[in-house]
Design a protein around this ligand. Sequence first.
Ligand code: FES
Length: 94
Amino acid sequence: MSDNRGASIDFYFDGRVVTGRSGQSVAVALWDAGIRALRRSPVDGAPRAMFCAIGICQECVVTIDGVRRPSCTAVVQPGMRVLSAPELSTGLGR
Ligand code: FES
């Protein structure tokens, strides 16, 4: 049986190597790797995960190569450095 999932792409999440697939979003690549918590709630510290998967809710915000952005709309790139988002006192967290 052939594998048509796309080429493997290694990137980093909080210093850990994660392998995604060509064309996959960062959020889905992390989900496939068993990583669900992408940030913590600024209210109660609860882990937050992908919700809408279309860039609307901002629940999946992480820091990618120094830029805070939704991981569900960012496509994996070789060597990209993704950090779980520390919550800011203002910004995208809810
Ligand atoms: S899951 Fe809603 S913006 Fe990414």
